[in-house]
Design a protein around this ligand. Structure first.
Ligand code: GTR
Length: 325
């Protein structure tokens, strides 16, 4: 009986969504790989609050954090096909699908998180976003993905030479694989949720990420040597399934975009605070943080640029990003 009434309720809700009924309460489901409290999770919750307010309760958001709906690659398929309405993921797993996302994923392109924020919120970000629409989603906004650095379970990395022969987990993206290879190490692409045990069991020597991820995924417990080489700042994307987007009225589309933009500003605030807090947590827990000279790392990236920035248009695109102050 209970099951039947649950199913009936689900049907009523989904038919309300399908009909786009004016007074329906539509709950939008959003996925995130990070735990509750993480800046991206909190920013999407904030988006939901603003959305409910500005639509007089017609829309609300439920965030499925902690990879409850699966690893990023799976949830990307879910949002593309419309099984879930929203998703917050890194830009890197889109690299093979949306070619222009390769550019903001390049190592040492953005000079600071602030530079990345400015670029992604400019028309450059809109040009990147346009490429997503052919693949079933609309970019609502970008969030700050912070600077990523290498960390290792066995040794301190103070130079490019120290990376030789080390095996690092990377995000499932060719740019990441090539970047690690150009540094003389080996890349093993694998889902985020497998990194902790991968390091613990010695399948990989380490991984690379920003302080909030290193801390919240507890990677610092198994890899205590953090090397602040800050090799890449990859934006996060907050997307909506195009199937659901296309059902919104023009007025609602405006509201969605506007509150998403406001949620990005919130995320930036939360992000800055969390970077500091996470750094303190890992230092207190005994992580050593080394700060290698970045220039040799930057120099080693030349082949990656040669491979991916391979047309005059892309060269121009990179130059435009570099020119943003
Ligand atoms: C984090 C990012 C996640 C995920 C993760 C990873 O910084 O926020 O979306 O992509 O990195 O390395 O898989």
């Amino acid at each position: 009986m209970r099951l039947i009434s649950k199913l009936t309720a689900a049907l009523i809700v989904s038919s309300a969504i399908f009909a786009g009924a004016a007074n329906a309460q539509t709950v939008l489901r959003s996925s995130d790989t990070h735990p509750d409290g993480y800046p991206t999770v909190e920013a999407v919750k904030y988006f939901g609050e603003l959305l409910a307010e500005r639509t007089e309760g017609r829309y609300s958001v439920e965030v499925y954090h902690s990879a409850q709906l699966g690893q990023e690659a799976d949830t990307i398929e879910q949002v593309r096909s419309g099984v879930i309405e929203l998703n917050r993921v890194s830009m890197a797993p889109w690299n093979s699908l949306v070619p222009l996302t390769l550019i903001p994923s390049l190592p040492y392109l953005f000079t600071s998180p602030d530079h990345a924020r400015k670029v992604m919120m400019s028309e450059i970000g809109d040009e990147v976003a346009a490429g997503f629409e052919d693949h079933g989603v609309v970019v609502l906004t970008y969030y700050d993905g912070g600077a990523r650095s290498f960390y290792n379970s066995k040794k301190e990395v103070n130079s490019v030479a120290d990376l030789a022969g080390q095996k690092y987990r990377v995000i499932q993206s060719d740019v990441f694989v090539d970047m690690v290879a150009a540094l003389g190490a080996t890349a093993t692409p694998m889902p985020y949720g497998e990194v902790y045990s991968g390091i613990e069991t010695g399948v990989i020597d380490g991984a690379e990420n920003n302080f909030p991820s290193y801390e919240s995924a507890r990677h610092f417990e198994v890899a205590k040597f953090f090397s602040l080489d800050e090799h890449t700042i990859v934006p996060e994307v907050f997307v909506m399934s195009k199937v659901h987007w296309d059902r919104l009225t023009d007025e609602d589309k405006e509201i969605f975009k506007q509150v998403a933009r406001e949620s990005a500003e919130k995320q930036w605030e939360l992000w800055d605070a969390r970077v500091e807090a996470s750094r303190k947590i890992v230092e207190d827990a005994g992580s050593t943080i080394s700060t290698p000279d970045k220039q040799p790392f930057i120099d080693a990236m030349a082949p990656v640029y040669e491979k991916y920035v391979n047309t005059p248009e892309l060269e121009d695109f990179v130059a435009r990003i570099r020119a943003v102050e």
